[in-house]
Design a protein around this ligand. Structure first.
Ligand code: FAD
Length: 471
């Protein structure tokens, strides 16, 4: 009698979807499970927001350029697919905040803007004497009594005052989420800050303790390494290597899942090529709004419809070294919102990631687009490059136009974890488990948008599928 095989469909071939496919296939093979899977990706390539471009000897990341080394799942996946040799840490160097028309070095010891060393904060020109005194109130303020979620802005303004928030913390944190810190959720983005305050009362003191511990456990007496990792061959090479490990017949590119419904514990999917397929379990790794539109009739997913996502664009510009007349001694800067700049951040990519740039050249990568200022993303490439250069020339001296520039637009690409996000997602996950077992959501819209967070979610979704199908 032939064994009954079960079917799993993974929708979306970004990092979350390909990770899920990779680990699911591995489990199927290792344990000889009677399961078939299919990975369905709407576009003609895998990788989603990971996209590397090679041009004239440059390696240009159009989306993410690296990942946090501390979160180990990404490096583990890289090694699993045979690319361990290509891993490289960023070069460490001074980073700056552009505030009040000037680049200010980020004070030494600042962890996401929170001081953990006192003297660099006393001497920095980033804050007025009053701003510094206000930040020191952190040492005496009681811990927050709020038990639920709160906005990052509310939390930090209360502890450290508006000036430290606006000139340092806001540009650093909103750089990661392209969001508005007065709307972003503390518990979904940086719960460690809340826990540090709860445990130590003073946030400064708590973060100092945590960093001291981290430094002790990671110090091997050698030179301090950068805290980010990337691949010398470009992040797309991770995607390509994972794809090479997948059964080609299991991967379907250029086909969109148009809709889906559940009946009698099975999922029925309609694809853009007219095909209909039935699955026992589905992992949806598309952005949240696409997930919701697959199942418009499912009231449980309605909150995803209202979840905001910000549009951003990256602008990579290549110059001959001589074109940059007045350089900065560092690896880049973030921009405080209280000025009238359009760029939100700029990386001296040739310094932070020397492998990306040929000898004698300079590669700058700037960001535009943030919550409340996304219209810039819709301008033409020429217009965006012109605005970016105008901004840059207010603080450095760049001569002429770039040899080439690459503008990459990312529409609704940065999901915004607003206050209450964690609760909303936990409720959705919990209720899905009861009302639609077999349907799993994973990816940047839910439990972290860094690449390692997406990889963790892809792996976790595979375990949930296997737990369900094997019981
Ligand atoms: P995606 O990459 O969005 O993949 C989802 C896939 O689903 C897409 O390929 C899409 O085509 C497909 N899809 C959608 N609808 C359907 C459908 N109906 N049927 C089939 N397929 C569908 N993170 C870091 O850790 N480090 C960084 O340096 C960093 N920088 C970033 C810079 C930028 C400009 C951006 C935009 C993000 C950055 N991030 C960074 C975040 C990180 O890149 C993303 O969170 C992550 O890549 C998202 O992966 P994902 O698999 O969840 O989603």
């Amino acid at each position: 009698l032939s064994e009954k095989r079960q079917k799993v469909v993974i929708i979306g071939g970004g990092i979350t979807g390909i990770t899920a496919a990779y680990y699911l296939q591995k489990e199927i093979k290792d344990k000889k499970l009677p399961i078939d899977y299919r990975l369905i990706e709407a576009s003609h390539r895998l990788g989603g927001k990971i996209q590397t471009m090679k041009r004239d000897g440059f390696t240009i990341e159009r989306g993410p350029d690296s990942f946090l080394a501390r979160k180990q799942s990404a490096a583990r996946l890289v090694k699993e697919v045979g690319l361990g040799e290509e891993l490289t840490n960023n070069s460490t160097g001074q980073s700056y905040v552009l505030a009040r028309e000037k680049l200010h070095p980020i004070p030494q010891g600042a962890v996401m803007g929170i001081p953990t060393e006192i003297s660099p904060f006393l001497t920095t020109g980033l804050f007025s004497p009053m701003g510094k005194v206000r930040a020191a109130a952190d040492f005496i303020l009681p811990k927050t009594k709020e038990k639920g979620d709160q906005s990052l802005g509310h939390f930090f303004r209360r502890r450290l005052g508006n000036e430290v928030v606006e000139n340092l913390i806001e540009p650093l944190l909103s750089g990661i989420y392209a969001g508005d810190i007065d709307r972003l959720s503390l518990m979904s983005t940086f719960p460690q800050f809340y826990h540090a305050e709860q445990e130590h009362r003073s946030l400064i003191f708590g973060m100092k303790k945590i960093t001291d511990l981290r430094q002790k456990s990671s110090s091997h007496g050698g030179k301090a390494k950068g805290q980010f990792l990337t691949l010398k061959t470009g992040l797309q090479s991770l995607v390509d290597a994972v794809e090479e490990h997948l059964e080609p017949t299991a991967v379907q590119k250029g086909v969109r899942v148009d809709s889906m419904h559940e009946s009698d514990g099975k999922f029925h999917l309609s694809l853009s090529n007219g095909e209909k397929i039935t699955a026992d379990s589905v992992i949806v790794t598309t952005p949240h709004y696409a997930a919701q539109s697959l199942l418009p009739q499912c009231s449980l997913l309605q909150p995803l419809k209202d979840m905001p996502a910000t549009s951003v664009a990256t602008v990579a510009m290549a110059f001959p070294k001589e074109a940059v007349k007045q350089d900065i001694n560092g690896t880049g800067f973030v921009v405080a919102r209280n000025g009238d700049y359009t760029i939100t951040a700029c990386t001296w990519t040739h310094k932070k990631w020397p492998h990306t740039t040929p000898e004698g050249k300079v590669l700058l990568r700037c960001y535009v687009g943030k919550a409340g200022d996304e219209a810039v993303v819709d301008l033409s490439d020429e217009e965006i490059v012109r605005i970016v250069l105008e901004d840059l020339n207010r603080i450095m001296d760049v001569e002429g136009l770039p040899e080439f520039s690459i503008v990459s637009r990312w529409k609704r690409a940065m999901p915004q974890y607003t206050v209450g996000h964690k609760n909303t997602i936990e409720t959705i996950y919990d209720q899905l488990e009861h009302t639609m077992p077999g349907l799993f959501l994973a990816g940047s819209s839910y439990e972290g948008l860094g690449l390692p967070d997406c990889i963790d979610q892809g792996e976790a979704a595979v375990q949930k599928v296997l737990n369900l199908l094997q019981t």
